[in-house]
Write a protein that binds this ligand. Structure first.
Ligand code: RBZ
Ligand code: NIO
Length: 337
């Protein structure tokens, strides 16, 4: 998929399939026949209906679950916004390949295939306090790369990212889309108070410098985002078109997909927030986007780790739905009317 311009991408973000509502309703009807008080599995019941709707089948499956970790480097690291040096991004890509990162362990436990896509990690984006992070063609190429990585026939996609400095890019996108600055600033990898001040200062400068384009979610994502964030946006768009439900990870991932929610009121209906991270702005960003996280474990890592943990919960929800007996089959008496 190639997007020729911001406008072409905007059209693709506004013309979205609605999923198979009948499949979701069929799940809800079956849930009510199973041997439990109606609704007693709470959100697990909704999750199965959600899978059915977006996979487009009455009996959803979780056989092919994939985690894609997108990696990118950020010029804004020159402003001292991370507790770690930017070389860590490429070093972690090597660590993913060697199986040594947290996401390698969590993907294995979740029964998910892990793919790592490096988006020119040796070539950082421009420092967005001085110039747009990406030109229009660069941004669109990263979106297209993300789009292409989503294969047909996946049952679930977990988004992940690696990019030193990217909590600053994410905060800048949140500031552009939802206003304010300070409420989006957090400690990321663990910056001290001076580091927090440098993050806020960088975003203040960027908001002034790019002010004219920040009303447009896509131009904002190009001006102050990053390649791995653009790729996550592209992957989420592809998933919508290819019948693949999506688990969103932490703050960075949520900011990355926010433009789709801004461009279409139901643009993120096929995506669920797997967790709320400990990054200061994440809970607020989820509320602003009307997303209700599944887990709250105080995690603040990224890499798709929160998304991967939630796969286990989806598997549990689906096991109940598929494996439970109905009242009729099990000879269990129904609720007295
Ligand atoms: C060793 C290491 C592994 C990571 N895995 C994810 N991140 C996370 O931290 C980074 C964002 O935080 P900031 O904006 O403060 O740089 C991203 O790379 C994110 O994925 C990591 C960070 C480090 C240091
Ligand atoms: O919530 C996140 O996405 C996050 C938090 C801290 C560091 N990296 C990512």
């Amino acid at each position: 998929m190639n997007f020729a311009s911001f406008e072409a991408l905007r059209v693709a973000c506004q013309d979205l399939p609605v999923g198979d509502q009948a499949a979701g309703q069929a799940v809800a009807r079956r849930q009510d026949t199973l041997t439990k008080p109606r609704g007693s599995l709470g959100r697990l019941e909704e999750l199965v209906a959600w899978l059915a709707r977006w996979q487009g089948r009455e009996v959803p499956s979780l056989d092919r679950v994939k985690v894609i970790v997108f990696a990118g480097s950020h010029g804004v690291t020159a402003q001292g916004v991370s507790a770690y040096p930017s070389e860590v991004t490429a070093q972690m890509v090597a660590n993913f390949a060697a199986g040594g990162a947290a996401i390698n362990q969590l993907a294995r436990v979740a029964g998910a295939e892990l793919e790592v896509i490096s988006l020119d990690v040796e070539r950082p984006t421009a420092d967005f306090t001085l110039a747009p992070a990406m030109s229009e063609p660069e941004f669109l190429a990263a979106v297209a790369r993300g789009y292409e990585t989503v294969e047909d026939g996946l049952d679930l996609l977990c988004l992940g990212e690696m990019g030193i400095g990217n909590t600053t890019a994410a905060a800048a996108i949140a500031a552009a889309l939802f206003g304010g600055i300070d409420q989006w600033i957090g400690r990321g990898t663990g910056v001290d108070d001076a580091g927090l001040g440098r993050k806020a200062a960088a975003i203040e400068v960027a908001v002034k410098l790019h002010g004219e384009v920040l009303h447009d979610p896509l131009r904002a994502a190009a001006a102050v985002g990053g390649r791995e964030l653009a790729a996550m946006l592209g992957a989420t768009l592809a998933a919508r078109h290819k019948g693949v439900p999506v688990l969103i990870d932490g703050f960075v991932c949520t900011a990355a997909v926010a433009p789709l929610g801004k461009l279409h009121a139901h643009g993120l209906d096929h995506a669920i927030a797997a967790h709320v991270s400990a990054e200061a702005g994440h809970g607020r960003l989820l509320s602003a986007m009307n997303l209700k996280p599944l887990l709250d474990l105080g995690m603040r890592l990224g890499e798709g780790t929160g998304a991967c943990l939630a796969v286990n919960m989806l598997r549990s929800a689906l096991a109940c739905h598929i494996g439970m007996a109905s009242f009729a089959d099990a000879g269990v008496s129904e609720k007295a009317e």
